[in-house]
Design a protein around this ligand. Structure first.
Ligand SMILES: [Zn+2]
Length: 378
């Protein structure tokens, strides 16, 4: 007897499946599972199911003085089973952050800021002595199940006079720690994107990839910059990291037209841009990508398998026997909606993701929308 059986779920590719869960793992996937389970949810072919959504760039250290939020408010209440905090915390506060996450229903991971002070200040890479390789190594070893990468914010306002030096240190830190994924934020120059991109190697992640600032991935003529062409060829990963200042519909549309798709769709969410917009939720950001032409399957891949691969989370991101039983149940809601980017640009769409339930290690957490459907109330 299984712990949980989900019947007749619709996949993003249009197929239908039954999924059985046992001891927090996916135990069986088939078109028709006949064994019984303690609890059964019948989606009747009406509702979608996917691997649990992963938001690969968030800010959810609730004690952060600048960018803070509660993991569950950006996570399971909106269909997101895993949130990854991208650099709010450095070595100094990682113990506190880890303790705080223990009460969350959402899975939480940290991409450790290469500056030991984290986002205590906005210019955390202005003082090179805050990048301490020994302390970083100790921290990463101690929190090897929690820290999934390292983060370097390479904007002029963050690095001040240090230019590319913090990134050179970040690559050194990465080399000393089993080649952990490195996420690099690009914002206002200097340093220039060309110089940043040149230092990146296979698997490194550029976040804010469709930002509308002068340091964008496109030339003024709308072509992909040479440095980016080479970086993408080397296997550098593009992460959306929407945020309040880092997503332009114009840039995203031009890039996608040229075949420059996002690898991972993430929100860069924290309490302010969640409540006031333009971020709101990962689902809202995913809906923007449906609006500008990505298929349902492409969008889902960006928040499941691609995110898990980018951050080397082997047990997540796929509907496969033996993987963690993290799942998202959702609908596509058809109604006209105006979507706004970070540059006051907007687009009219007709489709929105509506998360109905998050399942984390087999535990079902119904969302507000899910409460209104009959599937979870039987
Ligand atoms: Zn961020």
């Amino acid at each position: 007897m299984y712990d949980l059986l989900i019947k007749n779920g619709k996949l993003a590719n249009g197929h239908f499946v039954d999924i059985a869960i046992q001891a927090g793992k996916i135990a069986k996937i088939s078109t028709n599972i006949i064994e019984s389970a303690e609890k059964e949810i019948d989606l009747k072919g009406l509702h979608y199911i996917s691997a649990g959504w992963i938001d690969s760039h968030t800010h959810c250290y609730s004690a952060s003085p600048i960018y803070n939020d509660e993991p569950d408010l950006i996570g399971v209440t909106h269909g997101v089973t895993t949130v990854v905090d991208a650099g709010s915390v450095g070595a100094d506060d990682i113990d506190d952050f880890y303790q705080l996450t223990q009460k969350s229903s959402t899975n939480v991971y940290s991409i450790l800021n290469i500056s030991r002070i984290g986002l205590l200040r906005q210019d955390e890479l202005a003082d090179m002595s805050d990048i301490d390789l020994d302390i970083a190594k100790e921290t990463i070893n101690k929190h090897s199940d929690f820290v999934v990468g390292i983060k370097a914010r390479m904007s002029g306002s963050v690095v001040k006079e240090n230019g590319l030096k913090p990134l050179v240190k970040a690559k050194e830190m990465q080399a000393q720690n089993n080649h952990l994924p490195l996420m690099v934020h690009v914002g206002n120059n200097p340093p220039n994107l060309d110089d940043i991109a040149e230092l990146l190697t296979k698997g490194d992640i550029i976040t804010h990839c469709y930002n509308g600032k002068p340091n964008r991935i496109l030339t003024p003529e709308g072509e992909l910059k040479e440095s980016m062409k080479k970086a993408i060829k080397r296997g550098v990963i593009l992460d959306v990291g929407h945020g309040g200042a880092s997503f332009s519909f114009d840039v995203a549309e031009q890039a996608i037209k040229k075949g420059i798709y996002p690898d991972t769709i993430s929100s860069d969410i924290y309490c302010k841009n969640r409540i006031a917009g333009p971020v709101r939720s990962l689902a809202h950001i995913m809906s923007k990508f449906l609006t500008i032409g990505l298929s349902l399957e492409q969008v889902i891949n960006c928040v499941t398998i691609n995110a898990a691969n980018a951050l080397q989370m082997d047990a997540k991101g796929q509907l496969e026997v033996g993987k963690d039983a993290d799942l998202t149940i959702f609908n596509i809601h058809h109604e006209p909606c105006t979507f706004v980017d970070s540059e006051q640009g907007n687009r009219q769409g007709n489709e929105s993701f509506l998360p109905l339930a998050s399942i984390v290690a087999g535990q079902v957490i119904t969302t507000q929308h899910g409460e209104k459907t009959d599937v979870f109330n039987s």
